[in-house]
Design a protein around this ligand. Structure first.
Ligand code: NDP
Ligand code: 8X3
Length: 256
């Protein structure tokens, strides 16, 4: 298997799926993670027919450390040669102040955005150290750089991703592993539907009256990050819609 291997978490939708498509197009073989097995199978079939991509699907919940470890251990040896890890899986749940916050929302965000990213990184770092040009790309957020009203716990988890991104870079440079982050503003994916507990009408309003980012914009940035020459590392990128000058601030209905 001559192609490089990338593992993408959260490849069933949005930014992860668009990144899988772009990396397949750029000649990677892929390990595709997400909980929805049917979507992973469908994506693997499409990527094989369109780009000749070989994929292994990893339909697991990254919040479960034992499951993460077991599924990585179960990979055939030739698939353990993982050069690129895109820590993308994550979510926001709810948009309430802390007083009215839902404990289950908080746990899902903390367990996925922070612990899931840690579990996957801890498990893969020993394998990645053995590869030629290892690179971890963490998907943070503008919510990890700034805060906005009712963003509280989501913003907190993404600030932690920002801190982990910096920590990993400090720790892993001596092992030749690049660590980068991409930090987007509003991207229309399934993100707001998940945040609003499935209320598609409310989710749709988030993107009304301005031109939001699309998943392909972020996939493009991830490809830019991982395609730099070996001696260059992009520490972090912040990518916003033109109409979103800051977290939680959107200029609507200006014909953008
Ligand atoms: P989507 O909801 O479209 O995609 C999220 C992906 O994460 C899905 O593939 C989902 O798969 C996966 N996922 C969620 N929980 C788990 C879990 N426990 N185990 C494994 N996979 C999981 O949202 P986006 O594409 O927008 O989000 C991707 C990342 O980008 C997130 O980290 C998000 O915080 C970040 N982000 C998004 C922004 C936006 O405005 N959309 C802006 C800034 C950052 P499944 O449900 O099948 O498990
Ligand atoms: C999501 C970006 O601005 O909706 O991480 O919080 S924002």
């Amino acid at each position: 298997m001559a192609k490089k291997i990338a593992l993408i978490t959260g490849a069933t939708a949005g930014i992860g799926k668009a990144t899988a498509e772009l990396l397949a197009q750029q000649g990677f073989n892929l390990i595709l993670n997400g909980r929805r097995r049917d979507r992973l199978e469908e994506l693997a079939t499409i990527l094989a027919s369109e780009y000749g991509t070989a994929s292994v699907i990893m339909p697991i919940d990254i919040r479960d450390y034992e499951e993460v470890k077991a599924s990585v251990l179960a990979l055939p040896d030739e698939w353990k040669n993982i050069e690129v890890l895109v820590n993308n899986a994550g979510l926001a749940a709810g948009l309430d102040n802390i007083e009215n916050g839902d404990i289950d929302h908080w746990n899902r965000m903390i367990d996925t955005n922070i612990k899931g990213l840690l579990y996957m990184s801890k498990t893969l770092i020993p394998l990645m150290k053995k590869t030629a040009n290892p690179h971890i790309v963490n998907v943070g957020s503008i919510a990890g750089k700034e805060v906005y009203p009712n963003g509280n716990v989501y913003c907190g988890t993404k600030h932690m991703v920002d801190a982990l991104n910096k920590s990993m870079r400090r720790e892993l440079a001596e092992f030749n592993i690049k660590v980068s982050s991409v930090n987007p503003g509003a991207v229309e994916t399934e993100f707001s539907i998940v945040r609003m507990d499935g209320d598609e009408e409310r989710a749709g309003k988030v993107y009304e009256g301005f031109e939001n980012l699309v998943a392909e914009d972020i996939a493009d940035a991830i490809w830019y990050i991982i395609s730099r020459p070996a001696h260059v590392n992009i520490n972090e990128l912040i990518i916003m819609p033109k109409a979103q000058p800051a977290a939680g601030v959107i200029i609507r209905n200006k014909g953008l």
